[in-house]
Design a binder for this molecule. Sequence first.
Ligand code: SF4
Length: 123
Amino acid sequence: MPIFHECQRCTACCRWPGEVRLSESEIGRLAEYLGVSPDDFIQQYMRLRSDRRGLALADKPNGECIFLTGMDCRVQSVKPQQCRDFPNLWNFPGWEQHCRAIPQEVSEAEYRQKLLVACGRTG
Ligand code: SF4
């Protein structure tokens, strides 16, 4: 039986070091949501990735994502796919020690349904 990890909105994944990459269409979608042009969005909310091969969301000085406001994501309804997919479609060794998502054993059909709701994907 597959295990689905149900996000509890603990925001741990928005606070630890890392890089949130955005596709062109995500840049357009977030820019529209915030009422700025894609160029202004890139200037205000993105930075160069550490491998210098593209852009990622900017961080605040304390390392949190620039869109984290208290315990809320400022762009929750249009948040990037990378954020939506964690931790079910990607994660890294040791992630369970920081994230409060609750593991649930579910049927294949439930798993696909939950992925669709959480990530907009069927896996
Ligand atoms: S965009 Fe939202 S969900 Fe993604 S890391 Fe930033 S605050 Fe968290």
